[in-house]
Unconditional design. Structure first.
Length: 320
């Protein structure tokens, strides 16, 4: 079944390559976005990454074996998923919001981050085998995952409706998409939400949602610009990056990735009982308070997904 992570990978990678390849928008040497505006995003290997200083009281929470090693072995997905994690213009340096946040945490703990990229499923294999001390890779807290892993949250898990720039309508609930044509990827959380909303509209005597699908992920944005669809409903990070870098669309509504059941949350993930979750949460709280966390989210267009504090093992998406 296709997941939201798969869609982020495909759409965002294709969006980024399109921006780098033409239209005079951005600089293939190091930026995407409209030149001379606040929306320009640095995608060069020289990131001038925001850094932190070690906090002794927080570093003391790290298990002794890891403190003695001096490195924090962190797993990340090898997918190209702007703005979360992807390759810079040199095609070898990993950049993105997840790398930046993980670096802040490692700095606070007084450890050198050792990033290792693997396929999505191998992130969890790496945790199970203790190859990784943690994973910062857009992992959503779920009740099923909590049985094997501990979580320290650092970002909201949101979905977004994206429409053409200048669109006046907004999406606040089911009634706002009644009779509208909305594109979505099959097998995703957002598809389920739209299907449920369409049924709710019909039950209330309103028009159903015209849900449409495309074979190629790039076609979502082509259909949006041509007016064949009213909006595209997908992961908020993908939409936020596309809005900031392309300048042709806008977000007209945001909703939890957990639908109406629970607010989805993204978290630092570690093997249950590893002894690291308290240290992760304390480090995340520290960078939130001193403002470096907000700076990282702002540079990647994800300020709307900020959290006020890190939560350890909060309610997650319910089991299927």
């Amino acid at each position: 079944m296709k997941t939201r992570r798969t869609l982020v990978t495909a759409v965002a990678a294709l969006t980024a390559s399109a921006l780098l390849g033409g239209c005079g928008d951005g600089d293939a040497q190091g930026t995407v976005g409209s030149k001379g505006t606040k929306n320009t995003i640095n995608i060069s290997p020289d990131q001038h990454r925001i850094r932190e200083k070690k906090v002794e009281s927080i570093a003391a929470k790290v298990p002794a074996r890891i403190r003695e090693r001096g490195t924090l072995r962190l797993g990340g997905s090898a997918d190209a998923s702007p703005p979360l994690g992807f390759y810079a213009t040199d095609d070898k340096t990993r950049i993105g919001s997840e790398i930046d946040i993980a670096t802040l945490v490692a700095d606070t703990l007084g450890l050198k981050p050792d990033f290792q990229t693997v396929s999505w499923e191998n992130l969890f294999v790496g945790l199970d085998s203790s190859k990784f001390d943690g994973v910062f890779s857009n992992v959503t807290v779920t009740e099923e995952r909590k049985e094997k892993y501990d979580f320290a949250t650092y970002r909201l898990d949101d979905l977004a409706f994206e429409a053409k720039k200048g669109t006046s309508w907004r999406v606040r609930g089911p009634e706002d998409v009644a009779g509208r044509t909305i594109a979505v990827a099959s097998g995703t959380n957002q598809e389920k939400i739209l299907v449920d909303w369409s049924k709710e509209n019909e039950k209330a005597g309103r028009k159903p949602v015209h849900i449409t699908y495309f074979q190629k992920d790039t076609d979502y944005y082509l259909a949006l610009q041509s007016g064949r669809i009213d909006a595209y409903f997908g992961p908020n990070p993908t939409s936020a990056y596309h809005v900031a870098s392309a300048g042709q669309t806008q977000v007209i509504g945001r909703f939890s990735g957990g639908g109406g059941q629970v607010q989805g949350k993204i978290a630092a993930t570690t093997k249950k009982g590893s002894g690291l979750v308290d240290a992760y949460a304390a480090a995340i709280d520290h960078v939130i308070k001193d403002g470096s966390y907000a700076k990282v989210l702002k540079r990647w267009g994800l300020s709307s997904e900020a959290v006020e504090k890190s939560e350890i093992n909060p309610p997650g998406l319910p089991k299927p």
